[in-house]
Write a protein that binds this ligand. Structure first.
Ligand SMILES: N=C(N)NCCCC(=O)O
Ligand SMILES: [Zn+2]
Ligand SMILES: [Zn+2]
Length: 314
């Protein structure tokens, strides 16, 4: 098979010129096939506080123009060892949340086919539920590695079952989670009740709290995460609010005391060799961003995720 089509060469076409696909990669329609696809779900009808994550995909693409082809931390060229392409955005209904959830599920199924690894740019965290349904179709229960300030295992808001605070409760109820191998990372901030953490454990999540990063060497945290995930199919869901608001101000439900970008990127690099089957990066709300701080962090998160995807047989 011919070698993958890579990003536009920044030494020939200025980075700031032309259409913003993720990392200036080709569009899916411009390549014969792709092993990994980045796509956007501009949707934020599930939020409980500041709106605006519907503009996340465009912002993250714009903030990804400076990414380069070689990742020295992992000694890998993520766009050369496989074909990666940008599939654009899916049009989801902004007025009908149930319809939007259904569209995300059917679009991910159509886009992913039987083997493509999907990396989804949100959108609010509601979309993790339909994305997990699609992973479950393919792999059975998946180990979820969930980076977030929030548990997102709450039951409902205003009686609504599908919101950005509830996707992992619904996923647990639907049997989508591998309950022996799922983990939250970065949890912090006030909860609704002392029962919240117990309920999240009952759903199958252990937790690495943000405050653990203050006392535990990073390698120990990475080992804890790797041991928990084991050799299972791993789905990585990154809510950008796992980062401290200083590193990611552009988000809808910020909480003080979060991870640094450096910590998050290092934990992601620590996933190399695991069976990462798909990922999302959600909750980027550009209206609250400054100087693309959040967009750039999210772009680098996606770059590291693409760097740790297992190599495809081509
Ligand atoms: N998934 C995110 N970002 N936030 C959930 C927060 C839910 C709440 O309002 O308590
Ligand atoms: Zn969150
Ligand atoms: Zn979340």
């Amino acid at each position: 098979m011919s070698s993958p089509v890579g990003p536009v060469d920044a030494t020939l076409v200025p980075r700031y010129a032309g259409e913003a696909t993720f990392a200036r990669l080709p569009r899916l329609s411009d390549v014969p096939d792709a092993d990994a696809v980045v796509w956007g779900v501009p949707f934020d009808a599930g939020v409980s506080y500041r709106p605006g994550a519907r503009f996340g995909p465009g912002h993250v693409r714009q903030s990804s123009r400076l990414l380069r082809p070689y990742n020295p931390a992992l000694d890998v060229e993520p766009f050369a060892v496989r074909q990666v392409a940008d599939a654009g955005d899916v049009g989801v209904n902004p007025f009908d949340l149930d319809a939007a959830v259904a569209t995300v599920e059917s679009s991910a199924t159509a886009l992913g086919g039987t083997r493509r690894r999907l990396v989804t740019i949100g959108g609010d965290h509601t979309i993790a539920l339909p994305l997990l349904r699609v992973q479950h179709e393919r792999h059975g229960p998946v180990a979820v590695l969930h980076f977030d300030a929030h548990l997102d295992t709450w039951d409902s808001y205003f009686g609504a079952a599908y919101t950005h605070g509830t996707p992992f409760r619904r996923a647990g109820e639907e049997g989508l989670l591998d309950t022996d191998h799922s983990v939250h990372v970065g949890i912090r901030g006030p909860l609704y009740s002392r029962l919240d953490l117990d309920e999240s454990e009952q759903l199958g999540f252990t937790a690495v709290h943000a405050r653990d990063f203050a006392r535990t060497p990073l390698d120990d945290i990475i080992n804890r995460v790797r041991t928990r995930l084991g050799d299972r199919p791993v789905y990585v869901s990154v809510d950008i609010d796992v980062l401290d608001p200083g590193f990611a101000p552009g988000t809808g439900t910020p909480e003080a005391g979060g991870l640094s970008s450096r910590e998050l990127l290092e934990v992601l690099r620590g996933l190399a060799g695991l069976n990462v089957v798909g990922a999302d990066v959600v909750e980027v709300a550009p209206a609250y961003d400054h100087a693309e701080i959040t967009g750039i962090a999210a772009a680098h998160v996606i770059y590291e995720l693409l760097s740790v995807l297992p190599r495809e047989e081509r």
